[in-house]
Design a protein. Sequence first.
Length: 469
Amino acid sequence: MADHQGLAPLRGPDDPRLASLTVAELVRDPAELAALGGDESVIPGVTPGAAVRARSVQDISAAMAWASQHGVPVTPRGAGSGKAGGCVPAQGALVISLAEMTSIARVERAHGYAEVEPGVITGEFRDAMADDGLFYPPDPASLDWCTLGGNVATNAGGPVALKYGVTGRFVMGLTLVLADGTVIETGRRQPKDVAGYDLTSLVVGSEGTLAVIAGIRLALLPVPREVRTMLLGFGSLSEAAAAVVDARAAGVLPRAMELVDPVSLRRVRAGWDRGGLPFGVGDDVQALLLTEVDGPQGSTEAAMDALLAGLQVGPRFVRRAETAQERAELWATRRELSKRVKAGMAGWVTEDIAVPLGSMPRVIAELAGIGERHDLQIAAYGHAGDGNLHVNVLWAQPDGATRAGAALDEVMALALGVGGTVTGEHGVGRAKRRWLPRQLGDPGLALQRSLKTAWDPRGILNPGVGIAP
């Protein structure tokens, strides 16, 4: 029986229609299906009706043509590292898992790009390119297990987006499978191309609602000759937030400026295995900025000096990494923040607002007030250099979830009120749909949904995710 959207979900892994689906591997085992039903968000997982482990473009095309014929909803997924419920399937959906498509098909050094399959692990791709003297900048926190296809689907970012931009800046072209199984190529192999609409950019960040990403062409840069990292400690959160703005005024563009706010710092201090923060950070420090610069050989020391000289209020603590090991330890502390901040709490919700850079000091200050009004802890850390904050609403008592919903409404209103966005890099998924009309407006949302209809007339691709009805 068709649902209210005119779709005909699978009745389960024994649905007789599946007999006509010919692919390399069709998954029907309930335990395997359950493992393909969720992500890292708080959205409850949904066991799909069946799943395809795609190993080729042909598998994806066959699955989409079959789903289109039968009106079955489809959810593409990579590793499931998303934080907004973007790969949580609709009831009775067919999941297309792209995790087995892991080939780096070619590297064109002379042209400055690589062609890859969507299941390639981001960190492994970065390492492989670095071994060849090439640089792929995007570095989301989950880079050790997230996939390039998932990064493109959400337009993922990371710390070095401050200087180099998010994933979309490096996507030169895509191999796409449309809702009816048609395969198309988009994009370019050279720096410039303005022939027709930019379909590549339209699909980047579309969260599997327009097409299935079957191949990716990624731009590459030369490896920076020198990278230097330093940890700055400030006496207050306002001083740290102001330093982000001061750095730009000083004419220095770091590749990363990562903020650790007082709430995060307190929780890390309380739980750190060695009884306190490493690197000699004293109790007088209330906020941290992990700052990194890169450039030609011999340029980074002067850049760090210029950044420090340009701060209106100097830091109370400065630690410059002198070795690769020290630099790795500093970044390990930052990448463990999410886990350490949540340790011991009854519950939490993580969101990622992004605001204009000059609004950072105000926004950070007002987040603390929102937490106090709702008797919650709000930890706001992350990519402060480009205005992207990971706002963690934390509660110690079981009834905190109700208060957290009201607090998040205020957080999103605050971000939008200064001209920001409800998501900087995690995507809309299922978690943030209720805030979309306020950001996009009814005419804007209607126009986006008309584009969705043009690409996917039956509405089978990821229904209920992002702008998809």
